[in-house]
Design a protein around this ligand. Structure first.
Ligand code: FAD
Length: 305
């Protein structure tokens, strides 16, 4: 709960673009979890800076949420302010084979932009749902392709909202499914991608090929958060979970997908506790049967109920 005077300060900082006690199940792809004390959607960078400044002044934690395709919110919800950048949606071509996209630009917006202009290099990400900010924070990718290889520079706002910096690729520390080294609470504002000149037809053909492969192998019509675990070196988490006999295993409304064992799907009415219990069950079972400790890819946020 946020005190009334703080609610007023946030409402003022955000020109009203804030909602209180808002269910985050509506803002994450798994569709589970409790409410955000405050859900802020600043309309521009100045509004974001003011929001971060109010948070800092009142020692209120903030959490940045993209489209929530890789986020599992606990049933107790998230304390403090959840900030969404869905109003920062500008995307434009830049000289020398560049595309600058703001953090709230969606995967489909990037794909459309690149297909229309015949810009190659980001086709691999067409089926990775989310925002540009989430792509970068996760170093999202598919086998042999990751964001890291396509980033020339990012623009980041400090956790206090006071400073904005441009960081060139050489200063960024990407690892498998993470971007390290930014101060906790930093907000990625935009990314300069590197692309190559191609033709709309060629870019579209590659996008279509990758999307078709995905549709055959992933449960795309049921709520999920994508891969739950990272692939261990030289192996696949899905293969290990399947070989441990866990496909179709259920706890409450959460189920290990019968199509792709590294996906947990919400079959309807799952709670975050169901999903977390299933994640833990899969981790322990794979460890016991295969001797391999799986590491979670999905980011878990929030408090216990
Ligand atoms: C069906 C399905 C398929 C998927 N396939 C893939 C795949 O092939 N490869 C893959 O890598 N992932 C995959 N994912 C996972 C997901 O699509 C990616 O992780 C994506 O990058 C998440 O983006 P998002 O905006 O939804 O991030 P969110 O889930 O909202 O956030 C993820 C993390 O990024 C941080 N973050 C988000 N925006 C910002 C910002 N502006 N500044 C600072 N931090 C920020 C959040 O705090 C959080 O820690 C899949 C998910 C689904 C549901």
């Amino acid at each position: 709960m946020i005190a009334p005077e703080l609610r007023r300060a946030l409402t003022e900082a955000l020109d009203g673009a804030v909602h209180f006690d808002t269910p985050l199940s509506r803002h994450t792809s798994l569709g589970v979890g409790g409410p955000a004390d405050a859900l802020a959607t600043p309309v521009d960078r100045a509004g974001l800076a003011r929001t971060l400044s109010v948070c800092r002044a009142h020692r209120l934690p903030h959490h940045v949420l993209g489209s929530g395709f890789n986020t599992l919110v606990r049933d107790g919800g998230v304390g403090g302010v959840v900030v969404r950048l869905s109003k920062l949606r500008r995307i434009e071509p830049r000289p020398a084979g560049g595309v600058r996209a703001e953090a709230g630009v969606s995967h489909s917006q990037v794909t459309r932009f690149c297909v229309q202009r015949g810009l190659a290099g980001l086709e691999f990400a067409a089926g990775i749902p989310g925002t540009v900010g989430g792509w970068l924070a996760m170093n999202a990718g598919i086998p042999r392709h990751e964001m890291e290889a396509r980033v020339r520079e990012i623009e980041v706002m400090s956790p206090t909202g006071r400073r904005t910096r441009h960081l060139r690729r050489e200063r960024l520390h990407f690892v498998y499914r993470a971007l390290r080294g930014l101060a906790p609470g930093s907000v990625i504002l935009s990314v300069l991608f590197s692309v190559a000149i191609s033709t709309p037809g060629e870019v579209k053909a590659e996008v279509d090929r990758l999307l078709a492969r995905r549709a055959d192998t992933q449960p795309l019509d049921i709520p999920s958060c994508g891969s739950v675990f990272k692939n261990p070196r030289g192996d696949h988490a899905g293969r290990l979970i399947e070989s441990a006999g866990l496909k179709g295993h259920r706890i409450g409304g959460a189920e290990i997908s019968t199509l792709h064992a590294n996906f947990i799907v919400n079959t309807g009415g799952a709670t975050a506790a169901d999903v977390l219990a299933l994640i833990e069950y899969a981790r322990r079972t794979v460890l016991a049967r295969c001797g391999i400790e799986l590491e979670r890819e999905v980011r878990v946020v929030g408090r216990q109920p």
